[in-house]
Design a protein around this ligand. Sequence first.
Ligand code: UD1
Ligand code: UDP
Length: 361
Amino acid sequence: MRVCSIVGARPQFVKAAVVSRKLRAVGDEVLVHTGQHYDEELSDVFFEELDIPEPDYNLGVQSDTHGRQTAKMIAALEPVLEETTPDVLLLYGDTNSTLAGAIVGSKRDVTVAHVEAGLRSDNRAMPEEVNRVMTDHASELCFAPSETAVDNLAAEGITDGVYWTGDVMYDALLKARDRSRERSTILEDLGVDDGRFVLATVHRQRNTDVRENLESIVAALADVPQPVVFPAHPRTVDRLREYGLWDRTRDTLEVIEPQGYLDFVRLLDAAERVATDSGGVQKEAFFLETRCVTMRPETEWTETVDAGWNRLVAADERRIRQALTSNWKPDSHPRPYGDGLASERIVRLLGRKLEDDLESG
Ligand code: UD1
Ligand code: UDP
């Protein structure tokens, strides 16, 4: 079995790390990095820490408008598939790199498989929502992280080739949690105490590119009585500077560079609460039993909200402040995202599909 895996952005490196290891034990993998994330702290650090093999191809596409970025990826990806003739094209998540893979794959004789299929925020203004919908509809195999995701696919008429595998990020987190507790010195380095700080991340377009939203977020975080550790995504730093909010942010928050996975997991594990607009961080907070305040009006990880571990507060200054400072407790801790064996299941299902295809000629 030869699988071509497409990655390009930070969360995809985390997801691919666990699947890639299992894949290479039973077949060949051609790893393609689109170059969507290229800064050392958004890319290289993940390859090193998570022991991800060096990509066989780096398309070097980097940042651009969504259309141009996706188009450049499509143009660069097609010859790679022609050259490597994989049986499967494996896509992760919902970035422009995912969409580019889906478009190229759907026009070739290759099985397109989507890891993290079936998620929906029902907000089409979010670029990731469009990427998810289009990728699921272009995929022959949809690996869903939860039962809700399976239902979402069924609601759009996608029932063939759908498998509830559990979530590969849970696999990754289980591996990283103990390692991060043993090895990371980030709490000491920053001088923060376990359970006595808030962690914050912001990078969603709606929050960075709408000035009032970013202003509200900074104002709410600045009011939190505990230290707020803020690993700042480069696009957020750019906007904070552009809107004249950078000095205030640096004066009131503990602004740090984006962190490597192990240090970030350590921070998330130790934080009293997290405020975020990230998809992955909402889930990881849930796995680590850290209360999460999501600065978005909706989420695709609805189970975390239903279980009481995640509060949706949009970019509303008052609601963010209230959710970060008032006393609230989760009701329960269900496990809707599987058992930490999603990556094994995915690799097994890929093998089985290829055997079936061979048998049926
Ligand atoms: C992308 C994904 C988003 C994902 C996030 C993970 C899309 C539409 N968005 O968002 O779904 O949650 O990655 O972090 O695919 N930049 C740098 N250095 C880099 C990369 C980006 O400085 O290495 C800056 C550039 O100014 C760029 C901006 O960040 O214009 C946005 O980068 P981009 O990859 O387009 O989107 P993200 O916000 O990172
Ligand atoms: N992450 C990290 N360092 C950071 C911020 C996030 O390692 O400074 C990890 C986080 O643990 C998760 C992934 O990056 O695994 C989430 O990426 P991001 O929030 O950028 O994207 P999203 O999940 O929203 O697509």
